[in-house]
Design a protein around this ligand. Sequence first.
Ligand SMILES: [Cu+2]
Length: 163
Amino acid sequence: MAIPRFALLAAVGSVVTALASVQTLAASGAGLSIEEPWARATAPNAPTGAVYVSITNTADEADRLTGAEGDVAERIELHDTEIDDDGVMRMREIDGGIPLPPGETVELAPQGQHIMLIGLDGPLIEGESFPLTLSFEQGDAVTVEVNVESIHGRSNGNGHGGN
Ligand SMILES: [Cu+2]
């Protein structure tokens, strides 16, 4: 990726304020566009949380999300969700990462693929955010800021209308 070295050094000095621009650089430089990382707020003692994000591979070659790192939890895994024979929803770790085909957008979303936060340091509180570094097979690692949204999920959805 063609980020000048001095830009990276400058970013180290003020990681928090630089996050937005790092994201922008990555979006234009690495062939990956990473949009709207978010997590659902958790109950006070919840041991786990999940991060959702939309990743578009704008490059000509296939890439792969291979993992995520952050201080927010003891362990971070890539998970998929599936319904077993008894109709029970279960999560399993994804072997070998999440494929990012060229020219396509992959949505990590509730009840689908997600980034699992295991052993949360503390609750995820609505309105707060935390940094998460995503690793890719081809592209450079990208640190994004994950916004914590309502425990009830997004309101722009299909109107489950829980009132
Ligand atoms: Cu999971």
